[in-house]
Design a protein around this ligand. Sequence first.
Ligand SMILES: NC(=O)c1ccc[n+]([C@@H]2O[C@H](COP(=O)([O-])OP(=O)(O)OC[C@H]3O[C@@H](n4cnc5c(N)ncnc54)[C@H](O)[C@@H]3O)[C@@H](O)[C@H]2O)c1
Length: 333
Amino acid sequence: MNTALITGSAGFIGYHCARRWLDDGWQVIGLDSFSDYYDPQLKRDRAAMLAAYPGYKEVEGKVETPGLLMDLFAEHKPAHVVHLAAQAGVRYSIEAPRTYLEANIQGTFELLEAARAHPGAHLLLASTSSAYGANEKMPYAETDKADAQMSFYAATKKATEAMAHSYAHLYDLPVTMFRFFTVYGPWGRPDMALFKFVKAMLNGDPIDVYNHGQMRRDFTYIDDLVEAVRKLADARPTATAAGDFDSLSPVAPFRIVNIGKAKPDALGDFIAEIEHSLGLEAKKNMMEMQAGDVPATWSDTRLLEALTGYKATTELSDGIPEFVTWYRTYYDV
Ligand SMILES: NC(=O)c1ccc[n+]([C@@H]2O[C@H](COP(=O)([O-])OP(=O)(O)OC[C@H]3O[C@@H](n4cnc5c(N)ncnc54)[C@H](O)[C@@H]3O)[C@@H](O)[C@H]2O)c1
C-alpha cells in the first residue's frame, strides 16, 4: 500500500487532504501539534474523523522537533509528503513572529533534511498567495517576480520556497509548492473572514469590513483545492516545462503552482452571499486596511490547468451555503 505523510493533518486543509488520500486507498501518517492558535477542539474533532479510517496513523508533535520527521520518513517511506503544518495567518505574524520562524522556517528545514536522508517522495509544500505581496500586475502568475512581501508570514513562506528549491537542486528531490488563494469551506479556520462573519452575524454582532469593503479575493473552495493538490501529487516535476508560463526551475525538479479560482470576488458580494445564506443582514463596521494586508488577490491558473487539466469550478453561491450548513450543524445554532 502507498503511504502519504501529511503534516498539519488536524488543520483545515490537512484534514480535507488526509481524507482524500485515505478515500483513494492510501495509508496516511498525519502529524500535527494541535497548536492553540485557534480552538484545539476543532482540530481534535477533525482528527477523530480521520482516526475512524483503519489506514490512518496520527502522530502528535511539532515539525521543527529535530529527528521527528527523520524518524517518520525512515519508518514509513512515504511516496507523497504533503507539508501543510505551519503557523498561518497574516495578522498574527505582526504579534508573534517567532512562532512563524520556528514552525515555518525551522519546520520546513527539518522536513527537507528528512527528505535528503530518505529520498524518493514527491514533496508537496504549502506556500501562499501572500508571497506576491505588493505586486500590482494581475492576475498573479508564478513566473512573476515576487520579492516584496508585506507580512512576516509571507516572508517565511517565500523563504521556504527558496529553501526547497536549493534542496531540490542539490539532492535531486522533486518538489511542488502551492500558492493557495484564500481557501474556505466546511471545517474551516476560525481566524478567517467567513468563519468570523458567520459567527458574528448569528450572535447579532457587527462584522469588521476592512478597507471599507474595497477588497477583492480569489476565494477558493476546499474541494477544488483538494482535487488540484491530489492531481499535482501525480505530476512530479521533470525536466520538461508545461509552457512558457511554467515556473519549472532551469536547474531542479521544482515548480510553484497557484491554486486559486482565477476569478476574484468583491468583499461586498461575499458578504451578500453570507447574508443570503443565513437569512440575516450584517451590521457592518467599516474599517481601514489592516497592516500587512493587500487589497486584491487574483490567480493565474494556466499552469495548474496545463499540468492537471483541472480548473476550480465552485462559486460562492454554492460554497458559502456548504459552510453555513456545516457551521450550524457543528455548533448546533
Ligand atoms: N487557508 C488558507 O486560505 C491558506 C492560504 C494560503 C496558504 N495556506 C497554508 O496552507 C497550510 C494549511 O493551512 P490551514 O488553513 O489548513 O491552517 P490550519 O491552521 O488550520 O492548519 C495548520 C495545522 O498545522 C498545525 N501546526 C501548526 N504549527 C505546527 C508545528 N510547529 N508542528 C506541527 N503542526 C503544526 C496546526 O495545529 C494546524 O492543525 C499552511 O501552511 C498555510 O500557511 C492556507
